[in-house]
Write a protein that binds this ligand. Structure first.
Ligand code: ATP
Ligand code: MP5
Length: 269
């Protein structure tokens, strides 16, 4: 039996709800062996980000090499990459190892508004990493930065997705969490030919810290198993919906989602 293996290249969240921690919990829940290359350590809780401590480029490169040379990941997720040099390094490593199952979550800003990516790094994200992505998962503000266009409607999101495919991403998932105009949350996927909508009931809650990381990690886990992008997103959507609905409810700010809710539902259904 081949054990599916996924690598996450991202920042550490001491609060455990986002970043590397969310990714590993999600991989584990979906039966995938998780590995990590840490870009930065953040001091974070549900109230915000109290500190960001980037690792050196050498530390990041050596972690990726160690995993690549012995453990052969089947899919790779990127999250918080902190600056342009790290983005370029990660892109070079992806090309060097010939990795194709790349899921890019273009993390820019934390829930509380603190920046997790230096502003001048946007260009490196667009030119170096985006063309390597099998799937890129921007939220609406991230899609606005990446395309330079204002996004107010679903049609705007479709235009943005088309632009990101033109820039080289194979599949673009523009998430709808930030569009609170509706009782239904709609995520939009463009695969270069067709638009696909993934809908879920909007839960009125402030406990959504790490939704983006968790969703992209679930897509990565499913792709590492050999599933196609559409099936992977279908499972990821069910996973994040359960994680948001089954609230943990702790922390005075934006609390984490429940990473074990999906399996709890499946076991006790
Ligand atoms: N209140 C909600 N109820 C149901 N689903 C939600 C809600 N908020 C976000 N989602 C879902 O969670 C996933 C992540 O979407 P979102 O747009 O929130 O990403 P994100 O902005 O990167 O995350 P974050 O806001 O935590 O940084 C999507 O599938 C989205 O539809
Ligand atoms: C280390 C780290 N990485 C990413 C995010 C964004 O989290 P998300 O967009 O999933 O809420 C975060 N808050 N901290």
């Amino acid at each position: 039996m081949t054990v599916s293996r996924a690598l996450t290249i991202a920042g550490s969240d001491s609060g455990g709800g986002a970043g590397i921690q969310a990714d590993l919990k999600t991989f584990q829940e979906l039966g995938v062996f998780g590995m990590t290359a840490i870009t930065a350590v953040t001091a974070q809780n549900t109230l915000g980000v109290q500190g960001v401590y980037p690792l050196t480029l050498e530390a990041l490169k050596t972690q990726i090499d160690s995993v690549a040379e012995d453990l052969s990941p089947h899919a790779i997720k990127t999250g918080m990459l902190f600056n342009a040099d790290m983005i370029r390094l990660v892109s070079q490593q992806i090309v060097h190892y010939g990795w194709e199952n790349i899921i890019v979550d273009p993390v820019m800003v934390a829930k509380g508004g603190q920046s997790l990516l230096q502003e001048e790094a946007d260009e490196a994200l667009i030119t170096s990493l985006l063309p390597l992505a099998k799937v890129i998962t921007p939220n609406i503000p991230e899609a606005e930065v990446l395309t330079g266009m204002e996004i107010r409607t679903l049609d705007h999101r479709k235009d943005a997705a088309k632009r990101l495919v033109d820039l080289g991403a194979k599949n673009v998932m523009v998430k709808g969490g930030h569009d609170s105009t509706n009782d239904v949350v709609t995520d939009l996927l463009y695969d270069g030919h067709t638009f696909h909508l993934f809908e879920g009931e909007r839960k009125e809650t402030k406990h959504t810290h790490g939704t983006g990381c968790t969703f992209a990690a679930a897509i990565t886990a499913e792709i590492s198993k050999g599933n196609n992008v559409l099936d992977a997103i279908q499972t990821a959507k069910a996973f994040i919906q359960s994680a948001i609905e089954d609230q943990l409810g702790f922390g005075s700010g934006h609390g984490p989602t429940n990473h074990w809710a999906y399996n709890k539902r499946n076991v006790y259904r």
